[in-house]
Design a protein around this ligand. Structure first.
Ligand SMILES: C[S@@+](CC[C@H](N)C(=O)[O-])C[C@H]1O[C@@H](n2cnc3c(N)ncnc32)[C@H](O)[C@@H]1O
Length: 278
């Protein structure tokens, strides 16, 4: 029988979600997802790449490696805190341009990129067709877009979601729902068609992940995402009860010293039509 912990590791994390994201989320989740998208993009040396919703820039940095010094890479995110950590994480000798702005209104000139990437960001955009139209506008005719979105909700996150709903309320599970909300290839194909892309293709894959043990992973996830503000309103007793419930619900996913999951990944790609110079 499991004993109830009397405190949590809640206090261990800094108040800076972007630093937590780069330290805890990027190595075990962001990187494997970004690598799949970069592989699908088949970037060539010399290409100009924009990474939309770059957060702390993992896909941006991988793109910079792939296009080399003859290419150029820019990252864009709406959150200045993420961009600050992104700037600090660029390896010496790599040049990346960073832009703060919204995917629906890119502060970038027409036809200035060969490739637009968006890893684990598209599902959060409130105006998806507008964001896709903006991606098309900044691509050269013939340029390509690649989106990577996770889902459906893996059983580990169903368990976490149930604990959040039980202890914090339905508002807390809205974030988890949003994360895994875009995984239907037909829906994404339709959005891309509407936005004017050609050669639209979708591929479904899975990404095996090994993350920290349940309590540690749960707090890492909370502190890397907007969940921190919601869960932060609980008092210590309520946080202890929440952690206990999470740990119990996540037992089926424990493998040795890790928690395991294999979320789905939808990769959607398309091209700005060659004759499209609007
Ligand atoms: C889960 S993070 C993923 C980011 C990153 N591509 C990665 O692989 O680590 C999602 C990011 O989307 C950004 N975002 C959400 N809505 C946005 C929007 N409308 N325009 C630009 N960025 C947005 C957030 O600020 C956040 O940094």
């Amino acid at each position: 029988m499991m004993t109830n912990p009397s405190t949590t590791t809640y206090e261990k994390y800094s108040a800076n979600a972007a630093e937590n994201y780069e330290r805890d989320f990027v190595p075990v989740i962001g990187t494997p997802f970004a690598r799949r998208l970069i592989a699908a993009a088949r970037l060539a040396p010399g290409e100009r790449v924009l990474d939309v919703a770059c957060a702390t820039g993992i896909a941006t940095r991988l793109a910079a490696e792939a296009v080399g010094s003859r290419g150029s890479v820019a990252g864009l995110d709406v959150n200045p805190g993420m961009l600050e950590v992104a700037r600090a994480a660029v390896p010496a000798g790599t040049a990346i341009e960073w832009h703060q702005g919204s995917a629906e209104d890119l502060p970038l000139p027409d036809a200035s990129f060969d490739v637009v990437l968006c890893s684990l960001g598209f599902m959060f955009f409130p105006a998806k067709v507008e964001a896709l139209r903006e991606m098309r506008r900044v691509l050269v005719p013939g340029g390509r877009v690649l989106l990577g979105t996770p889902g459906p909700t893996p059983p580990l996150f169903v368990a976490i979601d149930r604990a959040l709903t039980a202890h914090v309320g339905p508002g807390a599970s809205m974030f988890v729902h949003a994360v895994f909300s875009v995984h239907d290839p037909a829906e994404v194909r339709e959005l891309m068609d509407t936005a004017g892309f050609d050669e639209v293709e979708t591929e479904i894959d899975t990404v095996p992940l090994r993350v920290a043990p349940p309590a540690e992973f749960f707090w890492q996830y909370v502190h890397s995402t907007p969940l921190a503000a919601i869960v932060g309103e609980l008092d210590e007793g309520a946080r202890v009860a929440l952690e206990h419930d999470v740990v119990e619900r996540c037992q089926p996913f424990v493998d040795g010293d890790a928690t395991v999951m294999e979320p789905g990944l939808l990769v959607a790609s398309g091209r700005r039509p060659s004759g499209d110079d609007r």
